[in-house]
Design a protein around this ligand. Structure first.
Ligand SMILES: Cc1ncc(COP(=O)(O)O)c(C=O)c1O
Length: 405
């Protein structure tokens, strides 16, 4: 195995690549763990060499906003895990999404986005980009006929954008079919793969052009950093580095956070297996409980897109959305009754977290928008962590049983 030659490692397993890809200890004094390069700038061999670097006539590092060796290793590993030619690491998921859009879009362009997105992604498109002359259109991507209609009605569409499973209600979108509709319309497909991670699905292999991530979540995996990434063809990724990152956002990932995400990636596969196994058990517990009126989890047979999820995802993941008899009030009482599970937004951490999308992560949708787009105000979201599942089910049982009649 050549640890530095990306192409040769493609046939190795995902965890093996997450642990070894792109790094040989022999290059760094035998250090088992890749070093953190805490530097903002780089010395040029000569004045001429500096000018050559700027002109792109010489390979090497210039300045830390766009390139750093710790980031570069993280980028090589993310590209390998997602099956992309290249990757770009950024300061947060929103940094990744905004740098991508600022690079690829101009005033007058049209984008079609799914109607269920993380609250600030929704706000970025509908309340942000639209202020700069981008025509933002919404469609229900689970209805392929409606999407095809929207793609033809919108004129030339540049980008088709969605999450699957979607935040917060876990709707699953058919990546292969949406990508082929987008391709036929001459648009790029961009998928937010934060909820699934490359362990559960690889959108690029199903026809998407770019994948974006909030690395804050499962990739980092320990609730101790913010990070983001874009993965896809080298040509697109390098355009985003040169324009969206370098000149338009400056959303650079710190070398320390790149190091921490590299550490997180080593256990990504084992963590995703545990998150999925525990979430399946908890989803079943919720479904059977008389106080629970609705459970959305891609691994449950009752999930409306169970077949699609089985086909598209290797495991159902760690997120569950649910509603209780008694609506928001009962849900808030349930949250307050939990003793072990933590009341917090974010997801993908070792700790199990619970939150109320309508008043928290999705408060950027107005009440009218939530209603129109199908985000119930009664919905609660659980990010199942890595604790022993019997302790989680016991905490959920006591909080449900303690609800007032
Ligand atoms: C699906 C999804 N995409 C993007 C983001 C934004 O990521 P970040 O918080 O790292 O900016 C989030 C954050 O919750 C998310 O859930």
């Amino acid at each position: 195995m050549d640890k530095r030659a990306p192409g040769r490692n493609a046939e190795l397993g995902l965890s093996t690549r997450a642990i070894h890809h792109g790094y040989d200890p022999a290059d760094e004094h035998g250090a088992l763990t890749p070093p953190i390069f805490m530097t903002s700038t780089y010395a040029f061999e000569s004045a001429e060499a500096g000018s050559e670097l700027f002109r792109g006539e010489r390979a090497g590092y210039i300045y830390g906003r766009t390139k750093n060796p710790t980031q570069a290793l993280l980028e090589a590993r993310l590209a390998s895990l997602e099956g992309g030619e290249g990757a770009l690491a950024l300061a947060s998921g929103m940094g990744a999404i905004s740098a991508t859009m600022w690079t690829l879009l101009n005033a007058g362009d049209s984008v079609v986005i799914d109607r269920i997105l993380y609250g600030n992604t929704f706000a970025f498109f509908t309340k942000g980009l639209s202020r700069f002359g981008v025509n933002v259109r919404l469609a229900d991507f689970t209805d392929l006929d409606a999407l095809a209609h929207e793609l033809s009605a919108a004129g030339q569409v540049k980008i088709v954008y969605f999450e699957t499973p979607a935040n917060p209600n876990l709707r699953v979108i058919d990546i292969a079919r949406v990508s082929s509709l987008a391709k036929a319309a001459g648009a790029l497909t961009i998928v937010d793969n934060t909820f699934a991670t490359p362990v559960l699905q690889n959108p690029l292999k199903l026809g998407a052009d770019l994948v974006v991530h909030s690395a804050t979540k499962y990739l980092g995996g320990h609730g101790d950093l913010l990070g983001g990434a874009v993965v896809g063809s080298s040509a697109l990724v390098e355009r985003i580095r040169g324009t969206g990152l370098r000149a338009l956002t400056g959303a650079t990932l710190s070398p320390l956070n790149a190091f921490l995400i590299l550490r997180g990636l080593k256990t990504l596969e084992v963590r995703m297996e545990r998150h999925s196994r525990s979430a399946l058990e908890i989803a079943g517990q919720l479904e059977r409980h008389p106080r629970v009126s609705h459970v959305a989890y891609p691994g449950l047979k009752s999930f409306p897109q169970y077949e699609l999820a089985q086909r598209q995802m290797r495991q159902p993941g760690g997120l569950i959305a649910f509603e209780l008899e008694g609506g928001v009030e009962a849900g808030m009482d349930f949250m307050n009754g939990l003793e072990l599970i933590v009341r917090a937004v974010s997801l993908g951490d070792a700790e199990t977290l619970v939150q109320h999308p309508a008043s928290m992560t999705h408060a950027t949708y107005s009440a009218e928008e939530r209603k129109r787009h199908g985000i119930s105000d009664n919905l609660f979201r659980l990010s199942v962590g890595l604790e022993n599942v019997e302790d989680l089910t016991a905490d959920i049982a006591q909080a449900l049983d303690g609800l007032r009649d």
